[in-house]
Design a binder for this molecule. Structure first.
Ligand code: NAP
Length: 644
């Protein structure tokens, strides 16, 4: 019999239950009941739908007051029992039961594989069993003798460290910054935050029941990763201010030699059986080489290197770029600047989300913390609503008659909804419509969440120009339409060096070739992780793994880390010093990646983006739905690898 820590008297419980989601509560009742009493027509919710103008789905079930009271009363009864008497925690659902319960709870059919994935994402099933079973044959001593170097202590590196620690494998994480957290450490611009719902943007094994908002801001995200480092005891394994400059495979032993520089630039050399690159795709800021930039006498800095020592209050500010970073930082910056001018090269699609700043309700916080199984079903239903629901709007329909502006009917429906939204938001500034509506299909680039961007564009103290930048002068920027814009400060929200994965590290493989030279303009990796000629080297968030249509990049990373852990466990269980993907297998995979990418929204010829190389090939994005990528990284294929 388990006992449960359930704070609050009956009135507090009743009040908390007013905030919780009823179809989710019904799943908790069903799992505790162990039968179908709550799965009858009387309790069937309405299907999940997204009201026009919103991003958060209405998944309340739309119950009558009478049924809602009945469900809440039953939940109160269950909670009282758990609090006062304790109970056995019910078994995890089988795949079939998961499917039955999800289909009931969403009032839609749910794919069986999707349910297998959900069982892992909810931790009803331990996904780590895939590598743990291989490691059972390996002595603790052997695991300790096996050394892994992880490059980067951001979201991917921390995830890897946690799993390596659990596996008993020795490892060091080398981090170039003086703190952990990667993106969430480096980016501190105003209103910096996540645009994936937080209850899904968190590790499956470390759900945070205390997110203050549905889309939290940078400080809270950074604290979450700091918390993970402490909770899983990673501090002793992390070396901060340690920038990896070179990694070289030693063919004689199959080990990697890693050259690392400390904050003074002094170099030392480490060695490891395997290396994991967890350097991310978006952390080497790019400032375009505008003519005259050196002459500018005002302040100038990149969005990812925000200068908190520079006050923008009452200043004339220019912002170059209209990607996610610009959209997030502009409205709050406009609030303090005397005038702000945005320089747009291409408009992006920006979607409404009235829940963007919504705090998590106290009752939901209570349920996520104290009601057993609630957090699991909450996550499952959130993944159902946010992960691949938009995938249908991504691939080209060969019979679609306006392929220049949309991929298919669903994609066109989204376009029309967004165009009306833009028009509504611009109010009496309809003249800006031509400047604000993209000509490429929705999902050609990641849909940006609106944080009052169009309202900011409609302000009298904000100007939006799409005239191209000709040059900087000592006092500002000249544009092609002949205008001289005067500024006290210019912010470059111009993105990152994205196509040179792992750069500026020099990575040298078996044949002595550097990875940068091998890849050139066209980085490619098997499953985004492994590269021929670079055995025992694993990339996280490598080529063709970025997601655009929906989902959480943490989910993708967990898929990759699971695969990497299986590869390492395979090496250990077979006493192998190397594990390498053959060229033919990598080529076959990449041909598939490219042939699919051409048919997807982000491969559309009208899209110019950081996802593509200079030849127009998509090198950053995954061509798969999130479910498909989970399936493809779920089980290592031992016979596919060259192992010695
Ligand atoms: P970005 O998407 O690459 O946007 C860079 C912007 O600068 C684009 O508007 C680009 O124009 C413009 N630009 C680049 N070079 C220029 C030039 N020479 N002249 C004029 N304009 C130029 O960079 P980002 O906004 O930093 O976002 C990068 C990625 O980070 C995003 O795609 C997203 O994945 C991630 N991100 C996520 C969040 C979040 O909320 N989760 C927040 C920020 C960033 P074009 O559009 O014409 O190329």
């Amino acid at each position: 019999m388990a006992t449960f820590d359930i704070p609050g008297d009956d009135d507090a419980l009743r009040s908390a239950l007013e905030d919780v989601n009823l179809p989710t509560l019904l799943m908790v009742l069903t799992q505790f009941a162990g039968d179908d009493r709550w799965l009858s027509d009387r309790y069937k919710p309405d299907p999940i739908m997204v009201p026009e103008g919103e991003l958060f789905p209405d998944d309340t079930g739309n119950y009558s007051d009478e049924v809602a009271v009945e469900i809440r009363d039953a939940a109160l009864g269950l909670i009282r029992t758990l609090r006062d008497e304790g109970a056995e925690l019910p078994q995890a659902p089988s795949k079939e039961r998961m499917q039955q319960m999800m289909e009931f709870s969403t009032a839609e059919s749910v794919d069986a594989d999707f349910c297998s994935m959900l069982l892992e994402e909810t931790r009803f099933v331990d996904r780590d069993e895939s590598w743990k079973k291989l490691l059972r044959q390996v002595s603790e001593e052997k695991r300790r003798d096996f050394q892994v170097i992880v490059v980067g202590a951001g979201m991917s590196g921390i995830c890897t460290g946690i799993k390596l620690k659990e596996a008993g494998i020795s490892f060091t994480i080398l981090e170039k910054n003086d703190a952990v957290g990667g993106t969430w450490y480096e980016n501190t611009y105003p209103d910096c935050g996540v645009d994936t719902p937080n209850h899904f943007y968190s590790y499956s094994f470390e759900r945070n029941p205390n997110w203050s908002g549905y889309f939290s801001k940078r400080d809270e995200l950074h604290s979450y990763f700091e918390h993970c480092v402490d909770k899983y005891g990673l501090r002793e394994n992390i070396s901060l201010s340690s920038e990896v400059r070179k990694m070289r495979l030693l063919s004689a032993t199959g080990r990697w030699e890693v050259t690392v520089a400390d904050s003074n630039g002094d170099e030392s050399t480490l060695s490891a059986n395997a290396v994991v690159s967890a350097v991310g795709q978006l952390n080497r800021p790019v400032v375009p080489e505008f003519p005259g930039l050196d002459e500018f006498e005002g302040e100038a800095f990149h969005s990812a290197r925000w200068r908190h020592d520079v006050s923008l209050a009452g200043k004339r500010v220019g912002v170059i770029g209209t990607g996610c970073s610009a959209v997030q930082l502009v409205p709050k910056t406009a609030d303090v600047a005397s005038h702000l001018t945005v320089f747009q090269r291409t408009p992006h699609w920006i979607a409404p989300n009235k829940d963007y700043y919504r705090p998590v309700e106290p009752g939901l916080l209570w349920a996520l913390n104290h009601l057993p199984l609630y957090a699991e079903w909450h996550r499952a239903r959130m993944i159902f609503s946010f992960m691949d629901r938009n995938w249908g709007a991504v691939p080209a329909d060969p019979d679609w008659e306006q392929p220049e502006t949309a991929m298919n009917q669903a994609n066109n429906d989204l376009r029309e909804g967004l165009v009306s939204y833009i028009s509504e938001q611009l109010g009496d500034k309809q003249a800006l419509m031509d400047v604000c509506v993209p000509d490429f299909p929705v999902f050609g680039k990641r849909l940006i969440v609106d944080n009052n961007w169009y309202q900011a564009m409609a302000r009298d103290d904000v100007s939006l120009t799409d005239s191209s930048i000709v040059r900087f002068t000592s006092t500002g920027i000249e544009t092609a339409d002949g205008t001289s814009h005067e500024f006290d400060a210019v912010i470059f929200a111009t993105g990152f060096n994205t196509n040179r994965f792992l750069w500026p590290m020099e990575v040298v493989g078996t044949s002595g070739t550097s990875l940068d030279a091998r890849w050139g303009n066209y980085p490619q990796a098997y499953k985004g992780i492994l590269v021929p000629d670079y055995p025992n080297m694993f990339c996280l968030y490598g080529p063709n793994t970025n997601i655009v249509h929906g989902g959480s990049i943490i989910y993708n990373t967990e898929c990759q880390v699971n695969y990497v852990m299986q590869c390492l466990s395979l090496m250990l269980s077979r006493d192998s010093s190397t594990l390498e993907i053959p060229q033919a297998a990598a080529d076959e995979y990449n041909e598939e990646v490219q042939s699919i990418s051409e048919t997807l929204a982000w491969g559309h010829p009208g899209v110019q983006s950081w996802y593509k190389n200079s030849e127009g090939k998509v090198v950053n994005n995954s061509p798969f739905s999130n479910l498909e990528y989970w399936a493809r990284t779920h089980d290592v294929e031992p016979n596919r690898y060259l192992m010695q």
